[in-house]
Write a protein that binds this ligand. Structure first.
Ligand code: ISE
Length: 346
């Protein structure tokens, strides 16, 4: 007998939550969109009507609903802790968008709460791990055919900052956090030191916003990662990397080979292919694969993808990055021993 569909509720239906709700309702197999909720009740009601999902007045009513089996959390990071705890309390698997939380202590509390339950219910939405090119490079590196990974060069650009209250620290906590996770994933190691530097900022950033930023990670096995994060590039969404190993390098995120050009002039927005507008277009397949893999795992009673430990490690590195952004100096990263539940994390 085939399994019943997984009934998923979405908390927070801003840009990312709406994208996930559509994905769950329209193109994830074995799933129904069971409910939505948002502090903006009108927005939730309109989406609920469009996608035929029950609209809940608040997150707790969605989490505790007997008609919701699992939760996708796309609310702001400041409310993740209480919402993930609610999911754990009611033993509902949760796919929590990044960042897991806004500070180290809160992320550690989630790790400890899940470890105390003794089974993985939390997946953190670091979707790049599900991007076919990231996965291919990870597999190629793991095969050993290129020798040991020495260096990783990450580039992460957005056309413009998402809101008017944008601050320099958000580049670390909201954007660079993806590179933290991607670096931990590709190296299979922890970040042990982070340094954040910046050139004279672009005129297109807001007053006092330090953009772009260059972060350097030192990995526990001795590898180095350089990261450019540029949030007001004026061009579009560009995420690519080159992994330099002992016998060759692997580049992901380019649509074609040859001379590549980006810019706002006559060749504006082209680099052999089109520069996507934002992360929804660039990582559409990654998000689809992520949500499908998460739903399949939940239905099978297992877990997949980045764990609460991965979310915690990324939070700790981000906090160190923010300290380095302020001081311009290298800041060491120290993690406690990882609970047995996460023995295989990376
Ligand atoms: C946003 O929250 C994301 O997660 C995007 O992937 C990232 O590129 C952007 O900078 C963040 O603000």
């Amino acid at each position: 007998m085939s399994r019943p569909p997984l009934r998923v509720g979405v908390i927070g239906v801003g840009t990312m939550g709406t994208d996930h709700a559509e994905r769950l309702a329209l193109r994830t197999a074995g799933v129904t969109l069971a409910g939505v909720t948002d502090p903006d009740g009108g927005r939730a009601a309109a989406l609920g009507e469009r996608l035929e999902a029950v609209v809940h007045d608040d997150p707790l009513s969605l989490v505790t609903s007997p008609d919701v089996d699992a939760v996708v959390l796309a609310s702001p990071g400041v409310v993740h802790e209480e919402q993930v705890i609610a999911c754990l309390d009611h033993e509902k698997p949760v796919l929590c968008e990044k960042p897991l939380t806004m500070d180290d202590a809160a992320s550690l509390r989630l790790v400890e709460a899940e470890a105390a339950l003794g089974r993985r219910l939390v997946t953190v939405g670091f979707m790049r791990r599900f991007d076919p090119e990231y996965a291919e490079v990870k597999a190629a590196l793991a095969s050993g055919e290129h020798g040991r990974l020495l260096l990783l060069h990450n580039v992460h650009r957005n056309r413009s900052a998402p809101n008017t209250g944008f601050r320099s620290e958000m580049i670390v906590r909201d954007s660079l956090v993806h590179e933290v996770d991607a670096s931990r994933f590709l190296f299979g190691e922890e970040v042990v030191e982070v340094t954040v530097l910046s050139p004279a900022p672009t005129a297109h950033a807001g007053d006092g916003v330090v953009d772009p930023q260059v972060a350097v990670f030192r990995m526990s096995g001795g590898g180095l990662v350089t990261n450019e994060v540029f949030i007001n590039s004026q061009v579009g969404y560009e995420v690519r990397f080159e992994a330099v190993a002992e016998c060759g390098s692997l580049t992901a995120g380019l649509a074609s080979s040859g001379v590549q050009a980006t810019g706002v002039g006559p060749r504006g927005g082209t680099w052999g292919g089109l520069v996507p507008d934002d992360y929804r277009a660039r990582f559409a397949r990654a998000y689809d694969i992520e949500v499908q893999a998460w739903a399949d795992a939940v239905r099978a009673g297992t877990a997949v993808g980045p764990s609460a430990w991965d979310g915690y490690a990324a939070t700790v590195v981000s906090t160190a990055g923010m300290a380095s952004l302020a001081s311009g100096r290298p800041v060491p990263v120290r993690l406690p021993d990882r609970p047995g539940l996460y023995a295989d994390a990376h």
